[in-house]
Ligand binder design. Structure first.
Ligand SMILES: *Cc1c(COP(=O)(O)O)cnc(C)c1O
Length: 414
């Protein structure tokens, strides 16, 4: 086809919105006084970090919240806090991002992967089977790319099996299932505030829980130097007294600069969810009924925050997928493919995590072989999403008609 006259997208798939002015001002105030460490406070002052924890706990209706250095740190801290030890098996989704199995490996435990469905959520039947076979007592449930499984069914299953659930909510901050905020079904909910997530401080993470002892251990682990009394969204000091000499300090604290940047963003989450929803539904509408392309169904119990968009090209040969990705890239549309034999940037899949010695998962292989992923930054306007969908649709039709198979080389994005 003639690329000279074809529509082209010129926006950036990696450009997020700037930090709101209130966050910039609060950050400058912290820089001016210099008390960046969360426990460095003037008499009578309440640290930005402690306030952030209190505000996030209120937002998701949790008793306790701890802010930490990253989402990956939050996951590892949660595993330790619920008692995972070296050598333990920990269940997790086969379709997730590298920091999830990485957090399990970091505590010396062994990831055991569970199959993914065509709806990109954990396969509950397979979960039951591997939970029973492996004897694992903990599930690190990753709501990968913001897709929530039937959380009522999952919690009923895990309760029946005696499996403790930790939720990886890196892509579901602000989302909910049946009215319950994501991160509030399991024992611990973990979030990320890395630049590509729903609020942005470059790096950062949260743990939330209603379990006093688990949260006291998490606070001690994060490096509280016996200053846990200065937290406002932590359990009462009595809870710490019995355990404070038994929990190692594995420093991973949040600092007041990042907390200052984040606090004003909490109030924006709802508006961001609405705007992401508009972009997502514009993409969905633009790609509806495209032959050869399958959209992911979104259950009505799910309120999602669509910071990314996925679709499937079921049973497409590899060469044809490469051809499509190459043609879209030539028109400015950056697609990521989870079926690539070698990991590209963020897009790795379970068999690339060789340290975990993964067993083959045929259902997941089939889904990931045709899984296409793209970012949907809020710097896109709805017209951008409509244009991107038009380009993908036209190129899918073109590739299917021409039977083109691809010499096209994959663009190495971020
Ligand atoms: C980003 C991410 C994490 C962890 O985040 P970091 O803050 O980068 O450590 C965990 N799980 C998923 C699915 C993610 O995308």
């Amino acid at each position: 086809m003639d690329h000279g006259t074809a529509e082209r997208f010129t926006g950036s798939f990696t450009q997020q919105e700037p930090i709101p002015e209130a966050g910039i001002e609060a950050a400058i105030a912290v820089l001016r006084h210099g008390r960046l460490h969360r426990y460095n406070t003037a008499p009578g002052e309440i640290a930005e970090t402690a306030l952030l924890e209190e505000e996030f706990a209120a937002l998701v209706g949790a008793k306790y919240c701890l802010a930490v250095a990253s989402g990956g740190y939050a996951l590892g801290c949660a595993l330790r806090a619920v008692g995972v030890a070296a050598g333990d098996a920990v269940l997790t989704n086969a379709f997730t991002l590298a920091p999830v199995p990485g957090s399990i490996a970091a505590v010396g435990a062994r990831p055991v992967f569970v199959e993914v469905t065509q709806e990109l959520t954990i396969d509950l039947a397979h979960l039951e089977r591997v939970a029973t076979d492996s004897g694992a007592r903990v599930l690190m449930l990753s709501h990968m790319r913001g897709h929530l499984c039937d959380m009522d069914a999952l919690m009923a299953l895990c309760d029946r099996l005696g499996v403790t659930v930790i939720e990886d909510c890196a892509h579901t901050m602000g989302a909910s299932w049946n009215g319950v905020p994501s991160g509030r079904h399991g024992r611990v909910g973990c979030y990320s505030m890395q630049t590509y997530k729903h609020i942005n401080s470059g790096e950062g993470g949260f743990l939330v829980s209603d379990d006093a002892e688990v949260m006291a251990r998490a606070v001690l682990l994060s490096g509280s130097y016996m200053l846990y009394g200065r937290h406002r969204a932590a359990p009462p000091v009595e809870v710490f007294e019995n355990i404070r000499l038994d929990v190692p300090n594995v420093s991973g604290r949040m600092d007041n600069l990042r907390a200052a940047i984040l606090r004003p963003q909490l109030a924006l989450l709802e508006d961001r969810r609405e705007r992401w929803g508009v972009l997502y539904r514009t993409m969905e509408a633009g790609l509806a009924d495209t032959g050869g392309l399958r959209l992911v169904a979104r259950p009505e119990q799910e309120v999602y925050v669509a910071s990314s968009f996925q679709f499937l090209l079921p049973d497409w040969p590899e060469g044809r997928i490469r051809a499509l990705i190459g043609r879209c890239a030539a028109r400015g549309v950056e697609l990521k493919w989870f079926g690539a034999p070698e990991p590209v940037a963020f897009t790795s899949r379970y068999e690339h995590w060789r340290y975990a010695d993964p067993v083959p998962l045929p259902q997941t292989d089939k889904v990931l072989a045709g899984l296409i992923d793209m970012r949907l930054p809020l710097t896109f306007a709805p017209e951008d999403a409509a244009l991107i969908a038009r380009i993908i649709r036209a190129e899918v039709q073109m590739v299917l008609q021409s039977g083109e198979e691809g010499a096209a080389t994959l663009a190495l994005g971020d």
